[in-house]
Design a protein around this ligand. Structure first.
Ligand code: NVA
Length: 314
């Protein structure tokens, strides 16, 4: 059965740990593994804007010995010009893996059903599992073993990053605390999955409308934009006067409620003075540039893992 990374809990706790170990090893020795030697091609498709993801997948595939083929979603018009299933069948005959940034999770699930090669979610409306792996790698580097650690996220609880922190953090055995207004709760199904995973790993999940409760004593505090890609029409309500997220901004004062040596995470792009204070993102405990670099190492590790599983037919 072909394995994919469509959501964070597609990796078991043991697999996630293996991928993170491998990412650390690849970071230490960037050209150590070349499973795509040939070169084999990887299609990297964007239906939404990108900077970090295009850079890190392009570099990563090249470093793995492969050929990164960036496909412009505006030209391909997947699902409009032809069905997702037909595109998947065509792409799968050409390349060794597919990386796709798109809108609905149903689209990437459809791609995975028909491509016949591993499919990696490079962000959908629901999840951003590559960022999740990069963030866990960053936390591991700065704060050590993940299990038992307290990871807080404040901001929009109903977006891809909130869902990713719930699932990826629970898989790692972390205590995940989401601080978000009652109007923007995480998806109930995702929360139930995170709770089930946490019950196996010894982690826990909590969603609270009290930002201080979310960050209290946390070793890692993350936030994200209040206007995700595709929500631009809602910008004034989300970022403007009276924003429901205002109490959840990662201000200097809120960050001070976390552990004294806590690190601050943001997947970027960031809006200083909106969801995060400049003093926090540009301060000494910000790890955002490490996070951005770790996209490369985490994605190389997960691609190598999925390709091996596919080749071995496991
Ligand atoms: N929630 C953000 C993440 C950007 C990496 C978005 O979807 O735009």
């Amino acid at each position: 059965m072909t394995r994919h990374l469509l959501a964070d809990d597609d990796l078991t706790p043991a697999e996630q740990a293996t991928v993170l170990d491998r990412a650390l090893a690849l970071k230490a020795s960037r050209h150590a593994e070349r499973p795509l030697e040939g070169p084999q091609a990887v299609a990297i498709i964007f239906d939404k804007p990108t900077l970090r993801t295009q850079l890190s997948f392009t570099t990563g595939v090249a470093e793995l010995g492969g050929y990164p083929m960036v496909v412009d979603g505006n030209l391909a018009q997947i699902g409009t010009r032809e069905s997702v299933a037909d595109v998947a069948r065509v792409i799968g005959r050409q390349v060794s893996a597919v990386v796709w940034r798109t809108h609905g999770q149903d689209r990437i699930e459809e791609m995975a059903r028909h491509a016949g090669v591993p499919v990696v979610n490079a962000l959908t409306d629901d999840y951003h599992p590559c960022q999740g792996l990069a963030d866990l790698l960053t936390i591991r580097e700065h704060r050590g073993e993940l299990a038992g650690q307290h990871l807080a996220y404040v901001g929009d609880g109903d977006n891809n990053m909130a869902h990713t922190y719930l699932l990826a953090g629970a898989t790692a055995g972390m205590h995940v605390r989401i601080g978000t207004p009652a109007s923007h709760q995480p998806d109930a199904g995702v929360l139930a999955r995170a709770e089930a995973v946490a019950a196996q790993t010894g982690g826990s999940v909590l969603v609270t409308a009290d930002p201080v409760e979310a960050v209290a004593d946390a070793g890692s505090v993350a936030t994200d934009t209040w206007v995700s890609m595709g929500q631009e029409d809602e910008r004034s309500g989300r970022q403007g006067e009276g924003s429901p997220f205002a109490p959840f901004a990662l201000s200097t004062e809120l960050f001070a409620q976390a552990a004294p040596d806590a690190i601050a995470l943001h997947c970027l792009p960031a809006y200083r003075g909106v969801e995060i204070a400049a003093d926090v993102i540009d301060g000494p405990r910000s790890v955002v540039w490490d996070e951005a670099e770790n996209r490369l190492h985490a994605q190389k590790a997960v691609l190598a893992f999925l390709l091996e599983q596919h080749r071995d037919g496991t």
